[in-house]
Design a protein around this ligand. Structure first.
Ligand SMILES: [Cu+2]
Length: 151
């Protein structure tokens, strides 16, 4: 009788596929916002990067929701536009409805459809990148919310 043996090459192939499954997202955004003189309105700059490469020529819209208050807000999505002479850097003005933790959703339509999510915490003057804040205050901040926490 012939024994059925898994060729070693199959195991190697499966093992080499795992990192791709763990890190499917290449596209990233880095958003920084500052308050305008209007209540809860912010001027934002966003850099789109793919690994380390700035991504030029994008167009699309950005919306915002509150992960902790799923249906409570109705922020109007706005267009983001690339800044002249600054490849990969885009700007927009968005009207939020309160301070706190917002999830920005970038819906890119050109050159190809894509969606990038970024969590930001807003205070009266600016936005703070959620991950940075998180790393520095994990066990100290008693009102830290774990909704949408995905580590
Ligand atoms: Cu809210």
């Amino acid at each position: 009788m012939k024994k059925l043996v898994f060729p070693p090459i199959v195991i190697v192939l499966i093992a080499s596929m795992i990192p791709t499954v763990l890190y499917p997202i290449m596209q990233k955004s880095q958003t920084e916002c500052t308050a305008t003189s209007k209540k809860f309105q912010y001027n934002c700059n966003v850099l789109f990067i793919n690994k380390i490469e700035p991504m030029s020529g994008y167009s699309g819209i950005v919306g915002a929701t509150m992960p902790s208050m799923a249906m409570a807000h109705n922020v109007r999505p706005v267009k983001f536009t690339e800044k002249e002479g600054m490849a990969g850097h885009y700007e927009f003005t968005i009207q939020l409805e309160m301070l706190g933790e917002w999830m920005f959703q970038y819906d890119i339509t050109n050159p190809k459809r894509d969606r990038v999510l970024e969590k930001l915490v807003f205070d009266k003057t600016k936005s703070i990148t959620f991950d940075k804040k998180h790393n520095h205050s994990h066990h100290k901040n008693s009102d830290h919310k774990h909704s949408g926490h995905d580590h």
